[in-house]
Design a protein around this ligand. Structure first.
Ligand code: HEC
Length: 151
């Protein structure tokens, strides 16, 4: 029996389908995971667990998830340089607590709002944006980022 044109068509469609599913599998996706517990005393440990995926191990904005974001994650090593040589600690702490202030050019920022996330790590009686644990996390993270500044 010779192949009918219809069978050829089905074969071709199957090949095309495989090719597109490979392309989809290769497209980068950000995997969201529940926030992990870390020591609030260690800025370095928190940075590695929560920030490095986007901002990169060294803070330059080149983490493995960076290319999947609408806006590139900021280079956190030039914060002082971009602020006349003075590390903008209030700005950094406010962004960590409340998020990036304005919706950005690309819509809502993909930078997570850390205040509520850190608060969610506490037992219910200790929660709240001004809880001492949340403040300790934010202060220690800000000091860690300060230590990453390039001259
Ligand atoms: C899902 C990716 C992602 C993660 C995780 C993330 N950020 Fe960001 N962050 C961004 C993006 C994107 C921006 C750029 C702001 C914008 O336009 O949305 C940004 C901006 C910032 C800024 C503002 C920098 C400036 O130039 O004003 C600071 C500070 C910052 N992030 C700190 C952190 C810290 C600290 C952590 C970990 C606790 C963290 N980020 C985790 C994506 C991320």
């Amino acid at each position: 029996m010779t192949r009918t044109p219809k069978a050829w068509f089905v074969g071709l469609a199957a090949i095309l389908f495989c090719a597109t599913s490979v392309a989809f599998a290769q497209e980068k996706q950000i995997k969201e995971e529940p926030i992990r517990h870390t020591s609030p005393a260690s800025g370095a440990e928190m940075y590695k667990a929560y920030c490095a995926a986007c901002h990169g191990k060294t803070g330059e904005g080149n983490g493995p998830a960076a290319s999947a974001l609408k806006t590139p994650p900021a280079d956190l090593t030039t914060l002082a340089k971009r602020n006349n040589g003075k590390f903008p600690i209030e700005h950094v702490m406010s962004i960590l607590r409340f998020g990036v202030p304005e919706p950005t050019a690309h819509g809502t920022s993909q930078m997570p709002i850390w205040g509520p996330l850190f608060s969610s790590l506490e037992s219910s009686s200790m929660r709240g944006p001004n809880s001492p644990q949340v403040s300790m996390r934010i202060t220690n993270l800000a000091h860690y980022i300060e230590s990453l500044q390039k001259k």
